[in-house]
Design a protein around this ligand. Structure first.
Ligand code: ATP
Ligand code: MG
Length: 350
């Protein structure tokens, strides 16, 4: 076999396991059709491992991943394990150690899917989220525990380099998407970091003559994404704002279960990581009704990143065709189980 890729799969917890299983089967199917191989290294790095070993991944976990061509993640987290363990013990170290500084979150109104409101016909939005700095920092703390004067401090850290490279990636995306770039900000309330963000975004976008940047306050942007979602095509946002906006856009487009995410090291010096936007969804874990579309779309983004564009398109049309046929999981008001949806996608691929 000529082309072959080593992919580390981390199914994780809850519905992460179900959707990863579907994604691996479908990737194997398209790989067979397009003549390349995928060698999965399945990792049991999840909350069970944390309960047994006190760690979400082995001490040399990052080293183990560094020899692969890509990372595919389901979702991590369970109600009895604190969020900071799952995030700071697995997800954030992977993003930061591999300098996956772009989190790319595309969303379209998919065929057969009814959005949250009528009239969002041609919704087609890409959120480019800065993925390694900003509001998600470990700097800060709680002080004066138990006293009336108790307080907490959380610092954000933005760097010129970090903002500029996110803006550059987003401006490149905007070039291919009509030339308008919306930059999410809150420089009227957050008076140090956000004016800096605005300034560096504006300067960086000047390198792109075909791109016009419009800065929009995050509150107004949230309303506009609900009221007039088709007026926006490309967004660049900080770590926190991008996180929130991409869930919002996914909700507008029908379900958080359809949203994909690519954590990219655009220079390809390190593996990139692909995952559905949703979490482990403890409320539906084990019920077999998780929507695998976000996971499949993320898998298609991975194939595209690996250079298998045709296979990516084929996988995308298989899940889109399945939805167009009226097969959908309960979050999209359908009656299909995860397994039934997967079977329909696989039969389109064969
Ligand atoms: P996490 O902390 O891991 O992000 P969470 O509690 O935020 O988890 P999510 O998993 O992000 O929960 O999902 C929120 C809700 O959306 C879930 O409780 C579930 O009902 C629904 N949901 C999320 N993903 C899916 C999916 N793939 N299919 C169906 N429903 C989903
Ligand atoms: Mg969540």
């Amino acid at each position: 076999m000529s082309r072959s890729y080593v992919i580390d799969a981390i199914p994780g917890d809850g519905i992460g396991v179900d959707v990863t299983d579907v994604a691996m089967q479908c990737v194997d199917a398209v790989a067979g059709i397009y003549g390349f191989g995928v060698q999965w290294r399945v990792r049991d790095w999840n909350s069970d491992l944390y309960r047994k070993a006190g760690r979400m991944m082995p001490v040399d976990g990052i080293d183990q991943l560094s020899s692969g061509d890509g990372i595919y993640l389901g979702a991590v987290g369970t109600p009895d394990v604190p969020d900071d363990v799952t995030l700071w013990g697995l997800l954030i170290p992977i993003r930061r150690e591999f300098d996956q500084y772009i989190n790319l979150r595309p969303m379209r109104l998919l065929p057969g899917v009814v959005g949250a409101m009528p009239g969002i016909g041609d919704l087609d939005i890409v959120v480019v989220r800065e993925n390694v700095e900003g509001e998600y920092s470990q700097i800060g703390g709680r002080f004066g525990a138990g006293t009336d004067g108790e307080f907490a401090v959380q610092e954000s850290v933005f760097t010129r380099r970090g903002i500029a490279r996110a803006a550059r990636y987003a401006a490149t995306a905007a070039t291919e998407r009509g030339g308008r770039l919306v930059s999410a900000t809150k420089s009227n309330g957050i008076i140090h970091t956000m004016p800096f963000w605005d300034e560096v975004v504006a300067e960086t976008v000047k390198e792109f003559p075909g791109v016009v940047v419009e800065k929009v306050l995050i509150d107004a942007l949230a309303a506009r994404l609900v009221m007039k979602p088709t007026s926006i095509r490309t967004i660049v946002a900080s770590n926190l704002f991008g996180d929130i906006l991409s869930d919002l856009v996914a909700g507008v487009a029908g379900s958080i279960g359809i949203a994909p995410s690519a954590n990219l090291n655009p220079e390809r010096r390190h593996p990139s990581m692909f995952e559905p936007v949703h979490g482990s969804a403890p409320d539906i874990a084990g019920k077999g009704i998780a929507n695998p579309v976000g996971a499949l779309w993320a898998a298609a983004m991975m194939l595209d990143h690996l250079g298998e564009a045709e296979a990516a398109r084929s996988l995308t049309s298989a899940f889109e065709g399945t939805l167009a046929d009226g097969t959908a999981t309960p979050d999209l008001k359908g009656t299909a189980t995860t397994a039934e949806f997967a079977a329909a996608v696989l039969s389109r691929l064969s």
